[in-house]
Design a protein around this ligand. Structure first.
Ligand code: THU
Length: 151
């Protein structure tokens, strides 16, 4: 069932990531990134990287998208993630989520018990793999049985 939702929304998800990339704030690296999250109700939530004059504090596109989803009350149901980027927004090679973003996406996915398909979109090819392949043996909410607050 979730595979049907993914295949039906695949092109819309990629288009959403591309559109989000247009909102990248990346004056320091010049590398614009867009990300789009697909949920089991068909909703798509996007994000773009938001850099900072203190370079290391920059936020990646995937992290911004996850924070936006959480802010709108989403706690799980994550089926797929599309990410793409390039200098000045010109997409060339497919990029995959950085290590921190893999962990951030894992949190959202784990809350709903899904293993989202990650679409790494390049100019000539889209590389697809499950999050569990990108982040095997992940540390997550299950490891904190005493976790506080509502999920
Ligand atoms: N970036 C992302 O937005 N997502 C990633 O997964 C990798 C890197 C951003 C961070 C920074 O603004 C720029 O790309 C260059 O590293």
């Amino acid at each position: 069932m979730s595979d049907v939702v993914i295949s039906e929304s695949r092109e819309a998800l990629i288009a959403a990531a591309r559109a989000a990339m247009g909102n990248a704030y990346a004056p320091y690296s010049g590398f614009h990134v867009g990300a789009a999250l697909l949920f089991d109700d068909g909703a798509i939530v996007t994000g773009a990287n938001f850099e900072n004059a203190s370079y290391g504090l920059s936020l990646c596109a995937e992290t911004v998208a996850c924070a936006s989803a959480s802010q709108s009350g989403r706690r799980g149901g994550l089926l797929a993630v599309a990410v793409m980027g390039g200098m000045g927004g010109a997409v060339d090679a497919a990029i995959s989520p950085c290590g921190r973003c893999r962990q951030v996406v894992n949190e959202l996915a784990a809350l709903g018990g899904t293993d989202p398909l990650v679409l790494c979109v390049g100019a000539d090819e889209t590389v697809e793999m499950r999050l569990s392949v990108l982040l095997p043996n992940a540390f997550g909410p299950k490891d904190l049985s005493h976790r506080a607050g509502s999920v």
